[in-house]
Ligand binder design. Structure first.
Ligand code: GLU
Length: 473
């Protein structure tokens, strides 16, 4: 696919950036600085495999911007990893963090391996060695650069990273903040795992609640009853599907790399996940129809299409066949600039990755804050709030002479726990970002689409912070 592409992923991010930059007032120097990747670390290191052979591993960490520190962004394990891709993804992180007001610069890492081809022990050795390479070059640390999960990685890899980092930095009291997306027992925060998918849901739900936007698309307001297609059943796709289903939408198709399945009556992501675990494939799921190619799912008739896998899956070639009314970019870079042109012509609303999938990094921010403050969210006030709420209810009961049911009383009075606080912080973030970008888009007739509006918002925020830093007096 990449051989026929006229430009690379990083260049496509640059194109979208340039399209938006023209609509801002910043001078060229500032724009050039924002666009550039500040530091690119390409590394090779040897790892001994289980059979005794030695493999040279290719890996990267890119720090796109230090206008705010630390840099922040995931680490992916994939065959397709290359410098250009990591640079593109690091850039998107800068813009993403700016839009949702998370005070980090953008970063991204990648190891060029297909994790399926390695044993757990081999993966552990690769991850630990990668971490020590980052430590050696000062490319990781709670105040420098903080990795997180991405495609092909999860809690397990993050716990190897924090353990390696902490053992190389004895006595560093904030060591747990060197990486996010950790298991709870290793300093993780409740609510991080589902954060990206939940953020996608909150963002799209907000769009669906906008009457004028829905009217233009010929849709009813609200998520309820809408048909949804999700590409990718990894952490992000799984949780997006889950929250849409729980929100009353119907997930009519799911796609993975081995194929796609469809059921107009709706699919349950957990049942499909279990079926895949048992049989090794999502195909032949009871009650569903198999689709010939996994990409066929992208072209199904539906209200909302959620690409939640990799970049460049909707491009100039297949975009004309997309029939969804709304595209929610849960993955990073799933639609190319050519696809954007087609969407604009066809009146398809594409809600861009740059902020829609920011739920992950938003909750990573909460996790990092938790690590630096060394206290669980809610620990200080949970009981206090509960006692206070109970007093208020009791007062109301005695003043009115009426009583609240025992269950109801418990639910009204309860003090928020960590997961509830994280979810509500995320909900607030996604709702405000959606409104902000939508308003910016609608307030300027020169802005052609929501992606450009998101870029304009990001550029304005990053440029302002450069100017405020005094870098461009
Ligand atoms: N990999 C995720 C992303 O692309 C999360 C990054 C983070 O939490 O730092 O946004």
């Amino acid at each position: 696919m990449s051989a026929t592409k006229p430009y690379s992923f990083f260049q496509s991010v640059e194109r979208s950036f340039d399209k938006a930059a023209k609509l801002t007032k910043w001078d060229l120097g500032i724009l050039e600085q924002i666009k550039a990747c500040n530091s690119v670390y390409q590394m090779r290191f040897p790892v001994k495999m289980d059979d005794g052979s030695i493999e040279v591993i290719e890996a990267y960490r890119v720090q796109h911007s230090q206008h705010k520190t630390p840099c922040k962004g995931g680490i992916r394990f994939s065959d397709e990893v290359n410098q250009d891709e990591v640079m593109a993804l690091a850039s998107l992180m800068t813009y993403k963090c700016a839009i949702v007001n998370v005070p980090f610069g953008g970063g991204k890492g990648g190891i060029k391996i297909n994790p399926r081809n390695y044993s757990t022990y081999e993966l552990e050795k690769i991850t630990r060695r990668y971490t020590s390479e980052l430590v050696k070059k000062n490319f990781i640390g709670p105040g420098i650069d903080v990795p997180a999960p991405d495609y092909g990685t999860g809690e397990r890899e993050m716990s190897w990273i924090v353990d390696t980092y902490a053992s190389l930095k004895p006595g560093e009291i904030d060591a747990a903040g060197c990486v996010t997306g950790k298991p709870i027992t290793q300093g993780g925060v409740r609510g991080r795992k589902e954060a990206t998918g939940l953020g996608v849901f909150f963002g799209i739900r907000e769009v669906c609640n906008m009457e004028d936007v829905m009217k233009k698309l010929g849709l009813k307001t609200g998520v309820e009853g809408k048909t949804v297609v999700v590409q990718g059943l990894g952490n992000v796709g799984y949780h997006s599907a889950k929250f849409f289903r729980e929100g009353g939408a119907k997930v009519i198709a799911l796609a993975e790399y081995e194929g796609a399945i469809m059921n107009p009556n709706g699919l349950n992501e957990e049942e499909v996940f279990q079926h895949r675990k048992k049989t090794g494939s999502i195909l032949n799921f009871p009650g569903a129809t198999n689709l010939a190619k996994n990409t066929d799912a992208l072209e199904l008739e539906c209200d909302i299409l959620i690409p939640a896998a990799l970049e460049n899956v909707i491009n100039g070639e297949n975009a004309p066949r997309v029939k969804a009314k709304i595209i929610g970019e849960a993955a990073n870079g799933p639609c190319t600039p050519e696809a954007d042109e087609v969407f604009a012509q066809k009146g398809i609303l594409c809600v861009p990755d740059m902020y829609l999938n920011a739920g992950g990094v938003t909750v990573s921010y909460f996790e990092w804050l938790k690590n630096l403050s060394h206290v669980r969210y809610g620990r200080m006030e949970k009981r206090f709030n509960e006692n206070m709420n109970m007093k208020i209810i009791n007062q109301m009961e005695s003043l009115t002479g009426k009583t609240v049911g025992a269950e109801e009383k418990k639910s009204i009075a309860h003090g928020a726990d960590e997961q509830e606080l994280v979810h509500s912080g995320l909900e607030e973030t996604m709702i405000s970002a959606t409104r902000e970008i939508m308003e910016l888009w609608h307030s300027n007739p020169d802005i052609p689409d929501m992606r450009t509006a998101a870029y304009v918002s990001a550029i304005n925020k990053v440029a302002t912070s450069y100017v405020e830093l005094g870098i461009f007096p």
